[in-house]
Design a binder for this molecule. Structure first.
Ligand code: DX5
Ligand code: ZN
Length: 234
Protein backbone atom coordinates (compact mmCIF):
# COMPACT_ATOMS: atom_id res chain seq x y z
CA UNK A 1 0.00 0.00 0.00
CA UNK A 2 1.29 3.46 -0.84
CA UNK A 3 2.12 5.45 2.28
CA UNK A 4 -0.18 8.33 3.13
CA UNK A 5 2.98 10.32 3.88
CA UNK A 6 5.15 12.05 1.31
CA UNK A 7 8.77 13.13 1.69
CA UNK A 8 9.89 16.17 -0.30
CA UNK A 9 13.65 16.79 -0.10
CA UNK A 10 14.48 20.48 -0.54
CA UNK A 11 17.15 21.06 -3.14
CA UNK A 12 18.22 24.19 -1.26
CA UNK A 13 20.67 22.01 0.70
CA UNK A 14 21.84 20.00 -2.33
CA UNK A 15 25.22 20.45 -4.03
CA UNK A 16 24.30 22.92 -6.77
CA UNK A 17 27.45 22.09 -8.74
CA UNK A 18 26.06 18.55 -9.22
CA UNK A 19 22.34 19.29 -9.20
CA UNK A 20 21.20 16.70 -11.78
CA UNK A 21 23.02 13.92 -9.91
CA UNK A 22 21.63 15.14 -6.59
CA UNK A 23 18.07 15.05 -7.96
CA UNK A 24 18.53 11.53 -9.37
CA UNK A 25 20.14 10.30 -6.16
CA UNK A 26 17.48 11.66 -3.85
CA UNK A 27 14.65 10.31 -6.03
CA UNK A 28 16.37 6.90 -6.15
CA UNK A 29 16.61 7.16 -2.35
CA UNK A 30 12.82 7.35 -2.12
CA UNK A 31 11.73 10.99 -2.47
CA UNK A 32 8.04 11.37 -3.36
CA UNK A 33 8.39 14.98 -4.54
CA UNK A 34 11.30 17.30 -5.24
CA UNK A 35 10.90 20.59 -3.33
CA UNK A 36 12.24 23.54 -5.33
CA UNK A 37 12.76 26.79 -3.39
CA UNK A 38 12.60 29.97 -5.45
CA UNK A 39 13.90 33.09 -3.63
CA UNK A 40 14.13 36.58 -5.13
CA UNK A 41 16.15 38.69 -2.62
CA UNK A 42 13.07 40.88 -2.30
CA UNK A 43 10.27 38.90 -0.68
CA UNK A 44 12.95 36.96 1.22
CA UNK A 45 16.57 37.95 1.88
CA UNK A 46 18.16 35.27 -0.28
CA UNK A 47 18.47 34.47 -3.97
CA UNK A 48 18.25 30.99 -5.48
CA UNK A 49 17.04 29.57 -8.77
CA UNK A 50 14.32 30.10 -11.36
CA UNK A 51 12.47 28.38 -14.20
CA UNK A 52 15.63 27.66 -16.22
CA UNK A 53 16.99 25.45 -13.46
CA UNK A 54 13.58 23.84 -12.90
CA UNK A 55 13.47 22.92 -16.58
CA UNK A 56 17.03 21.57 -16.41
CA UNK A 57 16.30 19.22 -13.51
CA UNK A 58 12.90 18.08 -14.84
CA UNK A 59 14.28 15.14 -16.90
CA UNK A 60 16.25 13.96 -13.84
CA UNK A 61 13.33 14.09 -11.43
CA UNK A 62 10.78 11.42 -12.41
CA UNK A 63 8.58 12.57 -9.50
CA UNK A 64 6.47 15.75 -9.25
CA UNK A 65 8.34 19.02 -8.73
CA UNK A 66 6.95 21.02 -5.82
CA UNK A 67 7.80 24.66 -6.56
CA UNK A 68 7.79 26.94 -3.50
CA UNK A 69 7.72 30.54 -4.71
CA UNK A 70 9.21 33.08 -2.30
CA UNK A 71 8.92 35.89 -4.81
CA UNK A 72 7.02 39.16 -5.05
CA UNK A 73 5.09 39.77 -7.22
CA UNK A 74 4.01 36.23 -8.07
CA UNK A 75 1.91 36.19 -11.25
CA UNK A 76 4.52 37.14 -13.86
CA UNK A 77 6.63 34.07 -13.15
CA UNK A 78 3.86 31.43 -12.81
CA UNK A 79 3.51 30.50 -16.54
CA UNK A 80 7.29 30.13 -16.77
CA UNK A 81 7.29 27.49 -14.04
CA UNK A 82 4.35 25.71 -15.69
CA UNK A 83 6.37 25.52 -18.93
CA UNK A 84 9.41 24.38 -16.92
CA UNK A 85 7.52 21.31 -15.69
CA UNK A 86 6.33 22.24 -12.20
CA UNK A 87 3.51 20.10 -10.79
CA UNK A 88 2.72 22.04 -7.60
CA UNK A 89 3.20 25.81 -7.50
CA UNK A 90 2.72 27.43 -4.12
CA UNK A 91 3.07 31.06 -3.09
CA UNK A 92 2.88 33.34 -0.06
CA UNK A 93 -0.39 35.35 0.07
CA UNK A 94 1.51 38.41 1.36
CA UNK A 95 3.40 38.45 -1.95
CA UNK A 96 0.32 38.58 -4.20
CA UNK A 97 -2.00 41.56 -4.52
CA UNK A 98 -4.85 39.26 -5.67
CA UNK A 99 -4.62 35.87 -4.03
CA UNK A 100 -7.71 34.36 -5.68
CA UNK A 101 -6.47 35.47 -9.11
CA UNK A 102 -3.05 33.91 -8.53
CA UNK A 103 -4.63 30.60 -7.47
CA UNK A 104 -6.75 30.61 -10.65
CA UNK A 105 -3.73 31.48 -12.77
CA UNK A 106 -1.73 28.54 -11.41
CA UNK A 107 -4.68 26.20 -12.12
CA UNK A 108 -5.20 27.67 -15.62
CA UNK A 109 -1.54 27.04 -16.39
CA UNK A 110 -2.09 23.35 -15.66
CA UNK A 111 -0.39 23.25 -12.24
CA UNK A 112 -1.70 22.46 -8.75
CA UNK A 113 -1.98 25.57 -6.58
CA UNK A 114 -0.76 25.85 -3.01
CA UNK A 115 -0.76 28.60 -0.40
CA UNK A 116 2.17 29.02 1.99
CA UNK A 117 1.56 30.37 5.49
CA UNK A 118 4.47 31.94 7.35
CA UNK A 119 4.82 31.27 11.09
CA UNK A 120 2.84 34.44 11.93
CA UNK A 121 0.32 34.31 9.06
CA UNK A 122 -3.20 33.74 10.42
CA UNK A 123 -5.36 30.91 9.09
CA UNK A 124 -8.07 33.35 7.95
CA UNK A 125 -6.39 33.43 4.52
CA UNK A 126 -7.75 29.89 4.03
CA UNK A 127 -11.38 30.92 4.59
CA UNK A 128 -12.16 31.65 0.95
CA UNK A 129 -9.31 29.82 -0.72
CA UNK A 130 -9.09 26.30 0.70
CA UNK A 131 -11.62 24.72 -1.67
CA UNK A 132 -9.51 25.90 -4.62
CA UNK A 133 -6.19 24.59 -3.34
CA UNK A 134 -4.34 21.29 -3.80
CA UNK A 135 -1.74 22.08 -1.14
CA UNK A 136 -1.40 24.07 2.07
CA UNK A 137 2.20 24.60 3.14
CA UNK A 138 2.86 25.68 6.72
CA UNK A 139 6.25 27.28 7.24
CA UNK A 140 7.82 26.02 10.44
CA UNK A 141 10.70 28.51 10.06
CA UNK A 142 10.79 32.02 8.65
CA UNK A 143 11.41 31.62 4.93
CA UNK A 144 14.75 32.37 3.33
CA UNK A 145 17.27 29.85 4.61
CA UNK A 146 17.78 26.16 5.22
CA UNK A 147 19.07 24.71 8.45
CA UNK A 148 16.88 26.68 10.90
CA UNK A 149 15.17 25.22 13.97
CA UNK A 150 11.52 24.05 13.83
CA UNK A 151 9.16 26.59 15.45
CA UNK A 152 7.02 24.58 17.93
CA UNK A 153 3.76 26.57 17.55
CA UNK A 154 3.52 25.07 14.04
CA UNK A 155 2.17 21.91 15.71
CA UNK A 156 -0.90 23.77 17.01
CA UNK A 157 -1.40 25.37 13.62
CA UNK A 158 -1.16 21.97 11.94
CA UNK A 159 -3.91 20.55 14.13
CA UNK A 160 -6.22 23.42 13.16
CA UNK A 161 -5.45 23.23 9.42
CA UNK A 162 -5.84 19.43 9.49
CA UNK A 163 -9.43 19.91 10.65
CA UNK A 164 -10.12 22.52 7.98
CA UNK A 165 -8.71 20.28 5.25
CA UNK A 166 -10.64 17.24 6.44
CA UNK A 167 -13.79 19.37 6.23
CA UNK A 168 -12.96 20.61 2.73
CA UNK A 169 -12.16 17.11 1.49
CA UNK A 170 -15.47 15.87 2.88
CA UNK A 171 -17.20 18.61 0.86
CA UNK A 172 -15.53 18.15 -2.51
CA UNK A 173 -13.55 14.90 -2.31
CA UNK A 174 -10.38 16.36 -3.81
CA UNK A 175 -7.10 15.66 -2.02
CA UNK A 176 -5.38 18.65 -0.41
CA UNK A 177 -1.86 18.03 0.84
CA UNK A 178 -0.82 19.47 4.21
CA UNK A 179 2.89 20.14 3.92
CA UNK A 180 5.41 21.39 6.50
CA UNK A 181 8.63 23.19 5.60
CA UNK A 182 11.54 24.03 7.89
CA UNK A 183 13.49 22.18 10.56
CA UNK A 184 11.96 18.78 9.81
CA UNK A 185 14.31 16.00 11.01
CA UNK A 186 14.23 12.28 11.74
CA UNK A 187 13.69 13.01 15.42
CA UNK A 188 10.65 15.30 15.08
CA UNK A 189 8.90 14.00 11.95
CA UNK A 190 6.60 11.63 13.87
CA UNK A 191 5.40 14.42 16.14
CA UNK A 192 4.76 16.65 13.11
CA UNK A 193 2.84 13.87 11.36
CA UNK A 194 0.75 13.19 14.45
CA UNK A 195 -0.27 16.85 14.48
CA UNK A 196 -1.70 16.40 10.99
CA UNK A 197 0.96 16.92 8.31
CA UNK A 198 1.13 14.41 5.45
CA UNK A 199 3.94 15.94 3.36
CA UNK A 200 7.37 16.78 4.75
CA UNK A 201 9.97 19.08 3.26
CA UNK A 202 13.45 18.31 4.53
CA UNK A 203 16.59 19.98 3.21
CA UNK A 204 19.56 19.84 5.57
CA UNK A 205 18.21 16.72 7.32
CA UNK A 206 18.55 14.75 4.06
CA UNK A 207 21.27 16.46 2.02
CA UNK A 208 23.42 16.95 5.12
CA UNK A 209 23.77 13.17 5.44
CA UNK A 210 25.90 10.82 3.32
CA UNK A 211 23.29 8.13 2.70
CA UNK A 212 20.03 9.73 1.51
CA UNK A 213 18.24 6.37 1.25
CA UNK A 214 19.11 5.49 4.85
CA UNK A 215 17.92 8.90 6.08
CA UNK A 216 14.63 8.70 4.18
CA UNK A 217 14.15 5.12 5.44
CA UNK A 218 14.65 6.35 9.01
CA UNK A 219 12.03 9.07 8.39
CA UNK A 220 9.59 6.49 7.02
CA UNK A 221 10.21 4.20 10.00
CA UNK A 222 9.33 7.12 12.31
CA UNK A 223 6.21 7.86 10.23
CA UNK A 224 5.13 4.22 10.36
CA UNK A 225 4.67 4.62 14.13
CA UNK A 226 2.05 7.34 13.63
CA UNK A 227 -1.59 6.31 13.57
CA UNK A 228 -4.10 8.71 11.97
CA UNK A 229 -5.20 11.30 14.51
CA UNK A 230 -2.85 9.96 17.21
CA UNK A 231 0.04 11.75 18.87
CA UNK A 232 3.17 9.54 19.12
CA UNK A 233 3.09 7.30 22.14
CA UNK A 234 -0.63 8.03 22.56
C1 DX5 B 1 13.25 27.84 3.63
C2 DX5 B 1 12.87 26.85 2.54
C3 DX5 B 1 12.97 25.43 2.94
C4 DX5 B 1 14.36 24.98 3.36
C5 DX5 B 1 14.19 24.01 4.47
O1 DX5 B 1 12.78 29.10 3.29
O2 DX5 B 1 11.53 27.07 2.13
O3 DX5 B 1 12.43 24.56 1.95
O4 DX5 B 1 15.10 24.36 2.34
O5 DX5 B 1 15.44 23.66 4.93
P1 DX5 B 1 15.62 22.75 6.22
O6 DX5 B 1 14.91 21.45 5.96
O7 DX5 B 1 17.10 22.60 6.30
O8 DX5 B 1 15.03 23.50 7.39
ZN1 ZN C 1 10.54 25.57 0.81
Amino acid sequence: MKSRFRIAPSLLSADFARLGDEVRDVVAAGADLVHFDVMDNHYVPNLTVGPLVCEAIRPHAGVPIDVHLMVEPVDRIVPDFAKAGATYVSFHPEASAHVDRTIALIRDCGCRPGLVLNPATPLAVLDWTLDKLDLVLLMSVNPGFGGQAFIPHTLDKLRLVRRMIDGAQARHGREILLEVDGGVKVDNIAQIAAAGADTFVAGSAIFGTRDYAATIARMRAELARVRPGAEPGG
